[in-house]
Design a protein around this ligand. Structure first.
Ligand SMILES: [Fe+2]
Ligand SMILES: [Fe+2]
Length: 166
C-alpha cells in the first residue's frame, strides 16, 4: 500500500510526510488545548464556550485521524511520541494559565489563525503534485476557518455583553 500510495505523487514524498507530521503534531496540541480549556474555563458565557471548545477538540482529533491515515498511505510513520509534538509543531501550544473566557478564546483564535496559515501553505505545496493530500487538507482547512469564525463570534458576543453592562 505504501509504495502504491507514493506512486501517483509527483513531489518529494519524504518532504511531504515531514510536513504532514508537523501538522499532525499541531492537531494533537490543538486537541489538548481545546480539551483542557473546556475543563478549566471560567467566566460569562461559560456554557456556550465549553460546548464550542469540546466540539473543536473532537474535530481536531478527526483531523489528526485524516493526516495520520494519509502519512501511512504514503509509506510514512506518524509521529510516535508526544515529546516530538513540541519539537516539530508549527503552531505550538498555549497553556491556559488564565482561565478567563476571553483569554481562552484569544489563545484558541491565535491557534486557528496559525493553523489556517499552515494549511493554506500546504494547499499551495500539494496543488500540483498530490491531489489526494490536497483534498484532505482542503477539508481540514475549511473546518479551521469555521473554528476561527465560531470563536470570533463568541468573543464578539462576550464583548457586546460586557460593554452593555457598563
Ligand atoms: Fe485541526
Ligand atoms: Fe481548528
Amino acid at each position: 500500500m505504501g509504495q502504491k500510495g507514493r506512486a501517483i505523487v509527483r513531489m518529494d514524498v519524504d518532504e511531504l510526510i515531514g510536513l504532514l507530521n508537523k501538522a499532525l503534531a499541531d492537531e494533537w496540541l490543538a486537541y489538548y488545548q481545546y480539551w483542557i480549556g473546556a475543563k478549566v474555563v471560567k467566566g460569562p458565557m461559560k456554557d456556550a464556550v465549553i460546548a464550542e471548545l469540546n466540539l473543536h477538540a473532537t474535530e481536531e482529533l478527526a483531523h489528526a485521524e485524516l493526516i495520520s491515515a494519509r502519512i501511512i498511505q504514503l509509506g510514512g510513520t506518524p509521529v510516535l511520541s508526544p515529546e516530538e509534538w513540541f519539537r516539530i509543531s508549527n503552531c505550538g501550544y498555549d497553556k491556559p494559565e488564565d482561565p478567563y473566557v476571553e483569554e481562552i478564546l484569544n489563545q484558541n483564535i491565535k491557534g486557528e489563525q496559525c493553523a489556517i496559515k499552515i494549511y493554506s501553505g500546504l494547499l499551495d505545496i500539494t496543488r500540483e503534485g498530490d491531489p489526494v493530500t490536497y483534498n484532505i487538507i482542503l477539508q481540514i482547512l475549511s473546518q479551521e476557518v469555521e473554528h476561527e469564525e465560531d470563536l470570533s463570534s463568541l468573543k464578539e458576543d462576550l464583548d457586546l455583553m460586557l460593554s452593555r453592562r457598563k
